[in-house]
Every structure is written in C-alpha cells, then in structure tokens.
Write a protein of this length. Structure first.
Length: 532
C-alpha cells in the first residue's frame, strides 16, 4: 500500500511496486497496473493537448469498461475534474449536468452520443467530444470538436497542471430535493482518505478480487476502484442484466469482496448459490440503504464463512459508519460506529450532544467531508455547516471554523457508542440504492402534459427499500390513460425512477399552509388505505 495523496497516485504507487499485477478485468481482458498507469498518463496528455485547464470538468458517459476507469483517473491526472455520469440517465438529465458544471470535454461512445444529439446545442460550454470507438465516423457538431480516443493516446507526453490534495477532484451528481441533481464536489483528499479508511476496516490486500457491480457514478461504486488500487487488488468490471450474472462473475473470477445495494442482495438470496462461490468470497458489504434482517439472515445461510459488513454512508462524506462482523449477531440493526479517520456525532438542534438513545441528527466530521454542492450556495449552507461550539472536538481557542456534514438523518447512539438509523428528515426517496427526488419525478410527469397535478412519495418496500408511488389528477376532467402515462415514464426516466404505481384522484390535491401540495398527508392517507 503506497503513501498516496492524490487520486492518480493510487495507481502509480502500486504500478511502481507491483507493475505486472492485474489491476482491472473486463470480460476476457485484463490490464496490469503498469499498463493502466501508462494509459492514464497517455490520456492525460491527450486531454491537455485539447487545452484542458486546471479544474475544468471532463464528463464520462459510459457503462463500466476500461475507458471509464482510465478517463476517471486521467482527467485529475491532467489537473482537471472528472464528472461520472450514470449510464442509465436520459438525454435531458445528461444535458442538465453538462450545463450545470460547465463541462468542456465529454467522453462517450458513438451510440450514447447519438442519443444526445438533440440536447448538445444547449451545452454552450462543451468544446470537445471524445469517442471510444476508433472505427466510427466522427460526427460534425456545430461548435464542438470530435476526436477518437486512440488519437489522444498518441499525443506526446505533457505534464499535468500542479494540484494539491485539497483541490477539487470530481463532482458526483445525486438527486436533490429541488428536483434537479446536486453535484457533490470531492477533493483528492476526500477520495484518498476514503480509500485508505475503507481498505483498513475491510482488510483489503493485494490478494483480493473486488467485483464492481455498482455504477461508477456512485461513491460506493467508485470506491471499489480506489480501495482496490490502494491495496494492489484486482477489480472486475461487471455490467449485469440479471442477478444470476453477479453470481457467475463471483464464481468465475473468484471474487473475494462484494459491495452491493439491498435490492440486489434480496434478488441474490432467491437464487441457488454454487458451492464454489462460497469458497472465495471473503466478505460482503451493503450500501445505499439498510439491509433487511431477513435478507441478512438468508445471505449468512448461503455464506456461512463470509464476513458481513453493514455500512452507512453519505455521498457528501463518502462513508460514515460500519458494523464489524463480530458485532452483527449481537446488534444486527445497528449501522455501527465511525469508520477510521472520521468522527460521528449525534446532535440536538441546538448543537449539543444527545444522551444515549436520544434521537438526533447524524453529523460527520473529518477528512472525508466534501467541498459542498457545485453551484448551489443555499443547499451547501444547509448541509455543510460549522461544527457547533458545544460539539465534541470543537475547542474554544480555535479561531477557524471546522465544516462538518449535517446528514439530515435521524439516528440514536447506545451507551457503547453504536449507532442506529431512525429515518430521513427530508423527503428524499431511496430506491434500489438510488437517491431520488420526488420533485424530479413530478417534473417529468408534468412534462408529459398528461396530468393536472401530481405528487410522488416513497413507501416502504422490502425489495427496493422504498417504492415510488404517484397520485395524479386529470387535466380538465379528461381521463388519464395510466398505461400510456407509465409508457411515457419508461421512455423519459431511468429504470430506478419509474413509479411502482399511479393512483388517479379527481379535484385539486390538498395543500399545506404554505400553499404547496401536502405530500406528507397524501402519503399517510395512501399508506393507511393499503391492506395490512
């Protein structure tokens, strides 16, 4: 394990000490650490030849493949900022992100670029498009220079812009309560500290093989890369269609570490596990929501020798807590304690610490606290705030303020310091591991021009964590064709955002005192009417 301070050094340090070790596997092909380092350096030079300036954004709109990994490390190696885009996003959502963070360079495939043709004219800062396929014809896009990936790899070496560990490294977009995605800004320090922390408690080493089943646009998905590269381990990239594909990959690649969201684990428990899977899988870990007790028990029956790690994290602070495997039998509902190099506080509204078992807000302090939300001062000030004067770790003689992440999640802490999740304080929905804004769903429904009013909310679901439910009213009394509306949703939304159900009501929806549609009341009424 190297003494990395910048993200690209996670690769270069391992390449120096173990150049021929396998870094990543995709399909039947693999790249050694030496080869990966060479391609990262080459692409960084290519990006610099396009005029990439320090801090400029490079968006990556690809499924998991070698180029996705190389580009994610090459952009910061050149001194730029990488912006990973979820491959499930539709054109309008991609366009919003490209515009929001003023992306100058987009790396994508010809097929994905074709789907974006109708929105690129709105992306006024976009100057370059890099296509991954060498044999494709370069499109002519007004005001945008298109080039092939391979042509950038052939550019003579150029030294990247000087950066330090507190410089901006990447922007990870997550749904926001305003309906538009929020860009969480992370520094080199955040990512590297996170890699070292996670690797330490998962006990990762150069003998590990980690399965990258989560999207690399997720903090936990990208963490599979950073943790592995810090440890000198191998990462297997997997774009799976069926849960059975995950089991096959674990078996065929002799995977030792799996991190996934609860909905995938639920599906996996319903399959027959080959005995060879259990021979190599050293641990499994959850992210993106609480692991249902039944699912945890079923996994442990399938994997009696595999260590379970129950985790909790925020994109705004990468990872916050974990429950050691030795504590799972004793307290399976706990989210554990703070990860290494972080402190988790449970505070009252006045900033004072809560007593044992008293509900309060989870506050994260330490090296993993991000740099705020891109281009959103108001939301940044809501979530990233100075540590209160009464909080542990805040001494009166300190003149500079320390910024911590106030999660918006309510938790309690027992007498031994173990944390228990109670609920989310905002209206965000968490489904299939994704954070989804109800307003974002509603805006898309309104865009169909098939509804008069609508409201979206999350309801508890054993498989998804939360399922998205919608209540809508017709326009001027004209009946809503629910099947046609659902078809529009499938056309306009990523799969994880599509409502599980749409109920039709007549007349205006109830309002709260501020004149807004009363989401909470509607959600409560809907749940009370469901059969128990």
């Amino acid at each position: 394990m190297g003494n990395s301070t910048l993200l690209p050094e996670l690769i270069s340090c391992t390449a120096d000490r173990a150049p021929h070790s396998t870094a990543i596997t995709y399909g039947k092909d693999s790249l050694s650490y030496e080869s990966l380092q060479q391609q990262v350096t080459a692409l960084a030079s290519g990006l610099l030849s396009l005029g990439l300036q320090r801090g400029e954004r490079v968006a990556i709109y690809l499924e998991k493949r070698f180029e996705t990994v190389i580009a994610s490390f090459a952009a910061p190696s050149a001194g730029g900022v990488f912006v990973p885009l979820n491959p499930l996003l539709k054109a309008e959502q991609v366009s919003y992100i490209l515009r929001d963070c003023n992306v100058r360079t987009l790396i994508t495939s010809p097929e994905r670029l074709s789907a974006l043709q109708g929105v690129l004219s709105d992306c006024h800062d976009l100057r370059h498009v890099v296509l991954t396929h060498a044999d494709c014809a370069l499109p002519e896009i007004p005001g945008i220079h298109a080039c092939h990936w391979n042509s950038l790899l052939e550019v003579p070496y150029k030294r990247g812009h000087r950066v330090i560990d507190t410089d901006m490294l990447g922007i990870l977009y997550t749904s926001g309560s305003t309906g538009k995605p929020k860009g969480v800004v992370l520094s080199h320090r955040n990512m590297v500290a996170g890699a070292k922390s996670v690797a330490s408690y998962l006990e990762n080493n150069s003998n590990d093989t980690l399965l990258a089943a989560l999207p690399l646009s997720f903090d936990a998905g990208f963490s599979q890369l950073t943790t592995a590269f810090h440890s000198g381990a191998r990462v297997v990239l997997l774009n799976y269609l069926l849960p059975r594909d995950v089991l096959k990959a674990i078996e065929n690649e002799k995977v030792t570490g799996l991190t996934a969201v609860p909905p995938l684990y639920i599906q996996l428990t319903q399959l027959n596990w080959p005995a060879t899977v259990t021979e190599h899988l050293r641990y499994f870990a959850n992210t993106g929501g609480r692991m249902p007790r039944e699912t945890l028990d079923a996994l442990r029956r399938h994997l009696p020798k595999t260590k379970p790690y129950l985790m909790y994290g925020l994109t705004e602070a990468f990872r916050s807590t974990y429950l050691p495997p030795s504590e799972v039998d004793k307290r399976p509902d706990s989210i554990g304690k703070a990860i290494p190099n972080a402190e988790i506080l449970v505070l009252r509204e006045d900033g004072t610490p809560c007593s044992p078992h008293e509900p309060g807000e989870l506050v994260h302090r330490g090296a993993l606290v991000g740099m705020g939300y891109w281009n959103d001062k108001e939301k940044t000030e809501e979530r990233y705030k100075p540590l209160p004067v009464h909080a542990p770790g805040r001494e009166a003689g300190l003149m500079l303020q320390e910024i911590a992440v106030f999660s918006g999640d309510t938790v309690r802490m027992d007498e031994e310091g173990f944390l228990y999740f109670i609920g989310r304080r905002d209206e965000m929905m968490k489904t299939s591991g994704y954070r989804v804004s109800p307003t974002e769903v509603e805006e898309i429904l309104y865009a169909t021009k098939m509804v008069g009013e609508c409201v979206a909310f999350g309801v508890d679901d054993d498989r998804l964590g939360q399922a998205i439910q919608v209540i809508a009213t017709p326009i001027d009394g004209v009946a809503i064709d629910v099947e046609a509306l659902m078809a529009e949703c499938r056309q306009r939304m990523p799969a994880y955002m599509i409502p599980a159900g749409i109920d039709i009501r007549h007349g205006p929806l109830p309002r709260n005192p501020n004149g807004k549609i009363d989401r909470k009341t509607l959600s409560t009424e809907w749940c009370e009417k469901q059969p128990r």
